[in-house]
Design a protein around this ligand. Structure first.
Ligand SMILES: C[S@@+](CC[C@H](N)C(=O)[O-])C[C@H]1O[C@@H](n2cnc3c(N)ncnc32)[C@H](O)[C@@H]1O
Length: 415
């Protein structure tokens, strides 16, 4: 058996308890429905229409469960317009994913065992959206894997990828090498024990010990195996990722969280920023990951057709509806009222965004239904001089901050 397949048979990843579906839904990037709609369909996809999603290398089911639940909710009562196809090599992982779907009573997922490399021959049809998270970097031939995904992607569809990034994983690869040298021939369970003892004794100069942002191995054995005892794993810089994507005839559309890939979000040396401002978004992103040094994985949306300008929703139209992710408008309005600053932290990197004076009044009115036009009308009731262009300028400042930290998306009427 291929060593990667054997590993996920013994240690399905991530470890999940199906019973937990009774109390919470795990939602995250990529593939959160409002997020993928924002980045790949300009916020205009109507999920009441048929929508086919593939989760390639679905593991224990996080993305498949999230998408299936969100699609079921979005297609309305009795609606079954959204369909999720789960594919993975590991029977043990699939079993957990199926049990989770059963606890939720989800009937819109079909489960398949097999390799994503065989997708063009599996006859599963074509897909509007493909999630492939934490899988390509484990393949012997990642370009072949991405090409197989591209072959079953609809012309106007999109893919959400996650692959490892090197700088934030500083210390991981030397430790993987050491464990291979020490115990590459031992059974996996024994290597886990040895790895724990090695970690406990690492000297303070060791790069892994000095990297405070690596904590997965403390969550459990499956997480430790995935981080340190993986049979095959590589990390991609932004330029390497761009090359991988282009090789499959795809184009990068967005990197998540956007602010982390914009040096100006956390760096303020004018002479440097001026030179960077003359470069493209991907060149700036490549600079940013080296500058911050803490990016452990890249989440990237890619598509066969279009560009960020045509695929990503932008605050332009009165009929756009701003959506907050994991935040409530009124509570956030209150939190930023005093110092008009949005604060966020990613892997030790603190971000601060100055918000416009109008921010609390706008946030107060964001409820997932009100359009920008309706919010503007309400605010004009208090300030007759607030015309649409002035309102839009203020909203764009607020949007740049909140979207930058992945907390705001836009939904627009179906195109
Ligand atoms: C790190 S886990 C990620 C699981 C899931 N995507 C997530 O993010 O929670 C990688 C998964 O990819 C699966 N996998 C690896 N190679 C594969 C292949 N060629 N085809 C399908 N699945 C594969 C493994 O079995 C494993 O479940």
């Amino acid at each position: 058996m291929d060593p990667v397949a054997a590993q996920y048979e013994a240690y399905p990843y991530p470890a999940r308890d199906p019973a937990a579906e009774k109390t919470r839904l795990i939602v995250g990037s990529p593939s959160n429905l409002p997020e993928l709609n924002h980045y790949l369909f300009a916020g205009r996809r109507d999920f009441g229409r048929p929508f086919r999603a593939l989760v390639a290398g679905g593991g224990t089911g996080d993305a498949a469960i999230m998408l299936a639940q969100q699609l079921a909710d979005a297609s309305g009562p009795g609606g079954d317009a959204g369909e999720v196809v789960y594919l993975d090599l590991s029977a043990a992982s699939r079993k957990t994913a199926e049990a989770r779907a059963e606890v939720r009573g989800l009937g819109n997922i079909s489960f398949h065992s097999g390799s994503l490399l065989d997708l063009p021959e599996l006859g599963l049809g074509s897909f509007d959206y493909i999630d492939c998270c934490g899988v390509l970097h484990h393949l012997e031939d990642p370009p072949a894997g991405l090409a197989a995904l591209a072959a079953v992607l609809a012309e106007d569809g999109g893919i959400g990828l996650m692959v490892y990034a090197p700088y934030g994983r500083a210390g991981v690869y030397p430790l993987q090498d050491m464990l291979r040298q020490l115990a590459g021939d031992l059974p996996l369970a024994e290597r886990v024990g040895l790895a724990k003892r090695l970690i406990d004794g690492l000297p303070e100069t060791n790069a892994f010990r000095r990297n405070p942002f690596l904590g997965d191995h403390r969550r459990g054995d499956a997480e430790l195996v995935d981080l340190l005892l993986h049979a095959r794993d590589r990390a991609y810089t932004v330029p390497e990722l761009v090359e991988l994507v282009a090789g499959a005839g795809l184009a990068p559309i967005a990197l998540i969280e956007p602010a982390r890939y914009r040096p100006e979000s956390y760096f303020a040396v004018p002479a440097v920023l001026k030179r960077l401002s003359e470069q493209g978004w991907l060149e700036r992103a490549a600079f940013a990951e080296k500058l911050a040094g803490n990016v452990k994985k890249h989440v990237l949306y890619v598509a066969k057709t279009g560009t960020p300008e045509t695929r990503v929703a932008a605050p332009e139209h009165p009929e756009a509806v701003p959506l907050l992710f994991d935040l409530e408008g009124p509570a956030l309005a209150q939190a930023v009222q005093r110092d008009l600053t949005l604060k966020a932290e990613f892997d030790g990197l603190a971000l601060r965004f100055a918000l416009p004076r109008l921010a609390p009044a706008i946030l107060q009115r964001i409820d997932g239904c009100r359009t920008l036009g309706a919010i503007h009308e309400e605010l004009r009731g208090h300030d007759a001089g607030l015309d649409w262009p002035a309102f839009l300028d203020r909203f764009r400042e607020l949007f740049a901050a909140l979207n930058g930290v992945n907390r705001m998306f836009l939904r627009q009427p179906a195109g």
